[in-house]
Design a protein around this ligand. Sequence first.
Ligand code: NAD
Ligand code: UDP
Length: 317
Amino acid sequence: MKRILVTGGAGFIGSHLCTRLVNEGNDVICLDNFFTGSKQNIIKLIGNPNFELVRHDVINPFHAEVDQIYNLACPASPVHYQYNPIKTIKTSVMGAINMLGLAKRTNAKILQASTSEVYGDPIIHPQTESYWGNVNTIGIRSCYDEGKRCAETLFMDYHRQNRVRIKIIRIFNTYGPNMNANDGRVVSNFIVQALQNEDITLYGEGLQTRSFQYIDDLVEGMIRVMNSGDDFTGPVNIGNPNEFTIRELAEKIIMLTGSESAIVHKELPLDDPKQRQPDITLAKKLFDWEPVIQLDEGLGKTIDYFRKQITNRDGDK
Ligand code: NAD
Ligand code: UDP
């Protein structure tokens, strides 16, 4: 049994990770300020003696004796991270410093949930870990992109200077149950709109691409990387290389839900990356990891989740 701290543990990814870690017999502390996460996401774990929920903001130091730290705390949806951009960058940078300090004191291994956003609007396609990215330092996405880039720098510097055992994973667009219906990200937006026969909001022409990974594949990848030998620091891409245009995604969701929704065009947000696809050669080679759940299957599970959420909500009215 390991003592494991998950920051941002009540969020979309964190809730799945906490569940898996508790189910595998670990003692898990879930730390969250509930900015975008919710107790509902981890309700089934509350009361389990191997699970502890702590309301805490990672911009403040935190003390606990732990063996591993997964640092996930940070809003991930553009709508939420742009709501209070100064807080977003503080969360990434001060959160990283505080958690790295804890890892240094306790000699815990620490994994950073970095992002494909460190590649910005990429010129190299697909993106390999050796690509340094194309990021606007002063745009509306910079609070997130530069915060995450700075966090990667801090991780490497704590490793080089203080021998902290680190892992950096760069997560590509991930979706699944426990996403917030009001999250603002594309998969949840389109599914919730389709299930209610509301207009599907396609930003721009919808020709921009993303490569969507189902949550279970990500959690498997995270755990494999965390448990790898101390000589591997990363960064390593964790994502599904199957690439789709956003228009294709909208059409697929309409088809899978049997929706009568129409597609309407909205303005493309500033600095919206035009293309994104992970090169996962490194993860395959080192961890024998690759995604096994493809888009139709993953969307099916996610649609079932949101259908239940909407039915329960409407039943309560
Ligand atoms: P999410 O918004 O659902 O979860 C983030 C969690 O962090 C929430 O529970 C939120 O309340 C908490 N949080 C935010 N600020 C905090 C703070 N200052 N102190 C403590 N808790 C705080 O997002 P997610 O999709 O679960 O993302 C989790 C992590 O993975 C984030 O770091 C994100 O950058 C990274 N990531 C996610 C994706 C994706 O596609 N989902 C892609 C790349 C990287
Ligand atoms: N998008 C869209 N309609 C929406 C939400 C998002 O067309 O209702 C587009 C958005 O412009 C982007 C893509 O979908 O090109 C993915 O957006 P998301 O916010 O999910 O993630 P990110 O841009 O951070 O990859």
